[in-house]
Design a protein around this ligand. Structure first.
Ligand SMILES: [Zn+2]
Length: 300
């Protein structure tokens, strides 16, 4: 049985792509791309309880998450600064899908009172120890707690019922509170025209594939206002030979393991910037940013 659209509940869908034995479809009503039929709850549980998910399995999970801290740090700090611009008094922060708690560590050091939710028991345990703060494997265990800010970094695309989850998180925000999230940008030209190159087509880990319009629609449907969607991480077209030649550099940056990491990062940014300018000239309407970041408010 095909799954109804998780955003608009529409039943009409057209085939989009088949990968890893899963069918991705596009909703004919709202344009959302998602896995249909959805894998069963048991299948998803088994997938995430595999220890390989957070260590070593490149295709589905994370290349050693702990080694990625150096790569994640500048983005996490930028996002915290952005959050703090509207919450100068800081307050209570919930990171939903907090992995080993690295984002919460940075937030805690800046004065936020932190709580995590992480479905992987091992990760949740490690995070709770590092943070000396509550990290729950079941969101229901949050009880009646409310928060000034809720974050979901690369999490929403994993959720079988994203709308219900966002509504539940909305209810956990105090009026005037902020939700921030990030997710791969399926509006990227590769995702649209060269799906075989787009690494974020990753079922069964990724169940939905958002673009700026469908992400805006999703946040709006969950009740949020002041929705801002930003495109980050330019990933322009590079000639195939050049892409292959620079694979070791790209891998070192993605895992945070390269020596002189900052220097390599800036060199790589310059290359991408030049390629982006070229791409812009040749295909001015293409989206070249690999990531979407959104912030939204629970109205007062
Ligand atoms: Zn739909």
């Amino acid at each position: 049985m095909p799954t109804a659209c998780p955003l608009c509940a529409g039943a009409a869908q057209t085939p989009w792509l088949t990968k890893n034995g899963y069918a991705l479809v596009r909703c004919s009503t709202c344009g959302l791309i998602f896995v249909s039929p959805l894998p069963s709850a048991e299948a998803l549980r088994a997938h995430y309880s595999d220890p390989a998910y957070f260590a070593g399995e490149v295709e589905q999970g994370y290349r050693d998450y702990a080694a990625m801290h150096v790569a994640l740090r500048p983005h996490f700090l930028r996002r915290l600064r952005s959050l703090e611009a509207s919450h100068p008094a800081l307050g209570r922060l919930l990171d939903f899908g907090c992995a080993d708690g690295y984002f919460l560590q940075l937030a805690q050091a800046r004065g936020w009172q932190v709580t995590g939710v992480e479905l992987s028991t091992d990760m949740a345990h490690a995070a709770a120890q590092t943070l000396n703060a509550p990290v729950l494997t079941d969101p229901a265990a949050l009880g009646a707690a409310t928060f000034d800010a809720v974050t979901l970094w690369e999490v929403i695309e994993h959720l079988p019922d994203p709308l219900a989850q966002l509504r539940a998180l909305y209810a956990r925000l105090r009026p005037g509170g902020t939700l921030m999230l990030s997710t791969p940008n399926t509006g990227h030209w590769q995702a649209q025209r060269r799906p075989e190159l787009w690494q974020s087509y990753r079922p069964p880990s990724h169940l939905l594939y958002l673009t700026a319009p469908t992400l805006t629609h999703l946040l709006d449907a969950a009740g949020f206002t002041e929705i801002e969607v930003m495109r980050t991480h330019p990933l322009p077209a590079l000639p195939g030979w050049f892409d292959r030649l620079t694979q070791p550099l790209q891998a070192a940056l993605a895992t945070g393991q390269g020596r002189a990491w900052a220097l390599r990062l800036y060199a790589w940014r310059l290359i991408r910037l030049a390629a982006w300018a070229g791409h812009r000239l040749l295909r001015p309407r293409d989206e070249v940013h690999a990531t979407l970041e959104a912030r939204a408010t629970r109205p007062r």
